[in-house]
Design a protein around this ligand. Structure first.
Ligand code: CP
Ligand code: NVA
Length: 318
């Protein structure tokens, strides 16, 4: 049975027209309400037509899942997207963000931005009068974390008390997993080689958001870190923009590969997640990825459902 539109609307209405720049921009009850809405959209129990709304996509980095899931989400909400590739706009020729943001606010209803610095994203948000969504920066990937925790909730029927161990680079994905997981009651361990640990300020912020007794920890020993893990999560060792470090990182991260042996040390019911794209033979073996493909592709599919729910809320569709 669909949840009462009034119940969901009252939890989510405060987020209407808001930016989503960081996982910490949503509160735990809003995330859980968003998951309810996402599941209703996914099962077809609810339809929302925003009517001809337009999402602008500014992507300075490559993307398959994020770009296409935003495009499809808007199509399903009765709207559309416009591709504002910086190579084809005046942005590529140096037009300032403060002008671009004010102009695009007169044409579009929201902007999804993938770029390098979080500061640049914040500058767009400062000058835009429409909601701005973080479609990945070097610091965070908050839409990914929403899809990840929706997938975990669907699998285990709960989030509180779940143990998630992330193995690999302490990057944007790890940061958003800590922030979002902490407020949902998930115990999040980020296990990385020395010198590649997750941002300590983000870890402290995540701890300050902790609800339902969740614990956040940063560690270096993968064999110990996966003990009792119900979810093992990994991501590429060199993120977009770090390509020149790829060869060096392959040596440093060798012991942080998710393989059958590591998975065997975790909880009997463990699942493995990966935000994709995966580099088979590096952060995860072919066998480990293929044996977990149901979960990993459910996770990728959930990008569409959570982002559709997010856009519906931000654009006042409830
Ligand atoms: N996981 C993710 O964000 O994938 P894309 O880079 O393909 O968007
Ligand atoms: N950490 C990766 C995630 C890709 C979806 C990157 O930033 O390239």
């Amino acid at each position: 049975m669909p949840s009462s539109p009034i119940g969901l609307a009252s939890k989510l209405s405060t987020f209407s027209n808001n930016d989503f720049l960081s996982s910490s921009d949503l509160k735990s009850d809003q995330v859980l309400a968003l998951f309810e809405l996402a599941k209703e959209l996914k099962t077809g129990n609810r339809r929302i037509d925003l009517g001809n709304r337009v999402l602008g996509l500014i992507f300075k980095k490559a993307s398959t899942r994020t770009r296409v899931s935003f495009q499809v989400a808007m199509a399903r909400l009765g709207g559309q997207t416009v591709d504002l590739n910086p190579q084809n706009t005046q942005l590529g020729r140096g037009e300032p963000i403060k002008d671009t943001a004010r102009v695009l606010s007169r044409y579009c209803d929201a902007l999804a931005i993938r770029t390098f610095s979080q500061q640049e994203l914040e500058e767009y948000a400062e000058w835009s009068t429409i909601p701005v969504i973080n479609a990945l920066t070097d610091l965070e990937h908050p839409c990914q974390a929403l899809a990840d925790y929706l997938t975990i909730q669907e699998k285990f029927g709960k989030l509180k008390g779940i143990n998630l161990t992330y193995i690999g680079d302490g990057n944007n994905v790890a940061n958003s997993l800590m922030l979002c997981g902490s407020m949902l009651g998930v115990n999040v361990k980020i296990c990385s080689p020395k010198g590649f640990e997750a941002d300590s300020h983000i870890a402290e912020k995540a701890e300050s958001l902790s609800e339902f007794g969740s614990k956040i920890s940063i560690c270096n020993n993968p064999l110990k870190a996966v003990k009792e893990a119900q979810v093992i999560y990994t991501d590429v060792w060199a993120s977009m923009g770090q390509e020149e470090e790829h060869i060096k990182r392959k040596e440093i991260f060798e012991k942080y590969k998710v393989d059958q042996k590591l998975i065997g040390l975790a909880d009997d019911e463990v699942i493995v997640l990966h935000c994709l794209p995966a580099h088979r033979g590096e952060e995860i073996t072919e066998e480990a990825l293929e044996s977990q493909s149901d979960h990993v592709f459910n996770q990728a599919e959930n990008r569409l459902h959570v982002q559709q729910a997010l856009l519906a809320v931000q654009l006042g569709g409830l």
